[in-house]
Design a protein around this ligand. Structure first.
Ligand code: M6R
Length: 640
């Protein structure tokens, strides 16, 4: 492979899935199986390195994991497959390239010059240019354009200088980490250490799986859940060495580190497709269970909401005079929904901010500002940086998160876990609904602590929430008409989504799902805002999806929406209307009508979002797209 001059572009890897294994099984099988479960984290390239009998061998391919597995199959029948056949220690990587074109050259693992060390990386080494320059001046040859390769060469150098013994690779790794700036998870193997994998973690996810006679490292427990449900959480700036029998964790300075063991309460089948065509369809179907689990045990007999881990006193919470919800993408939309409920129940003003914007506009924060960080993965870098900014300003942070032990809950003052189970499809579905439920529980908790709601009032809302799983189930069971509508819309160029009140963030979420999966132009609008500009987008036959508020209770919202429907219909729009059973008024305006059961207004997003998820999934499938792994995206966005 040709070397690269420093003037060329360098490519770093943002999200990526990482697996390490040492034990008694054929490592390549365990590692590739783990990568399959992590492919949602990135699918630009994949690679593995295996160690056996004083030899190290690596294979890597651009594109999806199947390209690598094909190459491995071909190799298995040739003489080159010996190390892969015999090795019981290995590492593997699936890449989401942050900058530049992904190709074989830049795929991981990266090797030291003498081929003794293989290293994989998730994150960005910010000072790699200086480090690479120094190495090149010393005559080191670079085979790729990545920042990662710098760490591989540095590790080889430090290994040569580190004292011999079983800690040698860890010590070399610690020395390397002390030179690196940025965010990184690194895993490495050395050909002379056939039963050792060393990992390092700063700001990117890494978790240890504790097996019997075998141990694992991975960016997500899904990679090893088929082998063990016992895990060890790593902290920031830690190095871990695993052998088949030992897990040794140290800080970057070499001192022993504090770790926390935890049990994973879901099993491998939770991360399988289970007969569904896509993970997304399975995850949509799991929503009733996910909501029920998120509610379970969260309410005491006296109507008190129980958070998981709270280092905030009721006195502190009584002082809160402002709430910020900080999140990205779908999680941000859940915050927009929650704003309506939290303000209504607590009378505290709530602002919902895109995490990527939050710290750059110098928000007014202090000990009386509660920041709620919402994240499925718990590893979204924009959200992590926003929460750190909030903490620097002494604002308490409460996490709503789906991933136990991830960075966001670890760094927050209080946590409420959503219990959605693993979400594998890149498009978020069950996480969204459970985030809304969790944020509602937080709102009720605040209302109660502050004395603006009595226990019986809180219990009444929770009882309404407990009815939601059955309503969502009903929507899922009658989603056939949505599939048929999807067939009719699949060739359109643009779809607009309208909503009012809590239906507005639902419209934003419906549009995001469609953009992300179907690659169609889609926008969500507050229905009342349409006449202030966007209505000019409407042409004869333009599809417009509308979620109609319940005619019961807040019928003013319903009536306003009906007149908005008439406005767009008069311009020739094709109306796809999602309305409550029994709402006869809308029938005459609907080209397509999707019925949902009646639920209280604030809870409506929990049912009206579901047909929009199905619609996006089915349109994407009809257009021939990879529903679970849409182009250019990765599940967890661990770069800013
Ligand atoms: O893991 P997080 O909830 O922090 O992720 C936030 C967004 O990246 C995520 O919701 C994204 O928008 C989804 N792919 C949307 O379906």
């Amino acid at each position: 492979m040709p070397g690269c001059s420093r003037a060329q572009l360098h490519y770093a890897d943002g999200m990526c899935g990482i697996v390490g294994y040492t034990g008694r099984q054929r490592a390549v099988d365990v590692v590739v199986d783990g990568l399959k479960r992590l492919e949602y984290r990135g699918y630009d390239s994949a690679g593995v390195a295996i160690v056996a009998d004083g030899k190290l061998d690596a294979q890597k391919r651009a594109g999806k994991l199947t390209n690598l597995t094909e190459a491995l199959k071909a190799q298995a029948t040739s003489a080159d497959g010996a190390v892969f056949e015999a090795g019981t220690t290995g590492i593997g990587h699936t890449r989401w390239a942050t900058h530049g074109a992904p190709n074989d050259l830049n795929a991981h693992p990266h090797l030291s010059e003498d081929g003794s060390i293989a290293l994989i990386h998730n994150g960005i080494i910010e000072n790699f240019a200086q480090l690479r320059g120094a190495l090149e001046r010393d005559g080191v040859f670079f085979a790729s354009e990545t920042d990662t390769e710098t760490a591989a060469h540095l590790l080889a150098r430090e290994y040569a200088n580190a004292p011999e013994g079983q800690d040698r690779l860890s010590e070399a790794m610690r020395r390397v980490c002390r030179q690196l700036e940025g965010a990184f998870t690194l895993l490495a193997v050395h050909r002379d250490e056939p039963q050792t994998v060393v990992g390092a973690r700063r700001n990117s996810p890494l978790v240890v799986g504790r097996g019997e006679g075998e141990n694992f490292l991975a960016s997500d427990v899904a990679a090893f859940i088929a082998h063990t449900r016992e895990a060890v959480e790593l902290g920031q700036d830690q190095v871990v060495r695993i052998s088949p029998t030992d897990i040794v964790v140290t800080n970057f300075d070499g001192t022993p580190a504090q770790t926390r063991e935890f049990h994973i309460d879901w099993d491998a089948s939770a991360a399988e497709k289970d007969g569904y065509d896509y993970f997304m369809l399975k995850e949509i179907a799991e929503q009733p269970r996910a909501i029920a689990d998120t509610l379970r045990g969260r309410l005491t007999g006296t109507g008190e909401v129980v958070l998981d881990d709270v280092h905030l006193t009721p006195a502190q919470l009584r002082e809160i005079d402002k709430v910020f919800v900080i999140a990205c993408g779908t999680a941000y939309h859940s915050g927009l929904v929650a704003k309506y409920a939290i303000e209504h129940w607590t009378r505290i003003p709530v602002e919902v901010e895109l995490a990527s914007e939050f710290r750059y506009r110098d928000p007014v924060l202090g000990p009386k500002t509660l920041c709620i960080a919402v994240s499925q993965s718990g590893e979204t870098m924009d959200t992590i940086m926003a929460l750190r900014h909030a903490k620097e300003q002494n604002a308490p942070v409460l996490a709503i998160c789906n991933t136990i032990g991830s960075t966001i809950p670890r760094e927050s003052d209080a946590v409420l876990y959503t219990r959605a189970g693993p979400e594998v499809a890149v498009a978020s579905t069950k996480a969204f609904l459970t985030q809304i439920v969790a944020a509602y529980l937080v709102g009720l908790y605040l209302a109660q602590v502050r004395g603006v709601k009595f226990g019986d009032e809180v219990s009444a809302v929770v009882r309404e929430l407990e009815e939601i799983p059955a309503a969502v189930q009903q929507v899922i069971e009658v989603s056939e008409p949505v599939r048929e509508i999807a067939q009719r819309l699949k060739d359109d160029k643009q779809i607009l989504f309208l909503g009012r009140h809590v239906g507005y963030p639902v419209a934003l979420e419906g549009a995001l799902k469609l953009k992300e999966l179907a690659y169609m132009h889609a926008e969500g609008f507050a229905a009342g805002e349409l006449k202030h500009g966007p209505i000019s987008l409407i042409e004869e036959g333009s599809p417009v999806v509308v979620t109609v508020p319940s005619p019961k209770g807040r019928s003013v919202l319903h009536d306003k929406m009906v007149s908005n429907i008439q406005e767009v219909r008069a311009r020739g729009a094709k109306m796809i209307i999602i309305a409550e059973e029994g709402d006869d008024v809308v029938e005459e305006y609907a080209d397509e009508l999707i019925r949902v059961p009646h639920v209280p207004t604030l809870l409506a997003p929990l049912v009206t979002t579901v047909p929009l998820q199905v619609l996006a999934c089915e349109i994407a499938s009809a257009r021939g797209h990879d529903v679970d792994q849409p182009r250019n995206l990765a599940k967890s966005v661990t770069v800013e």
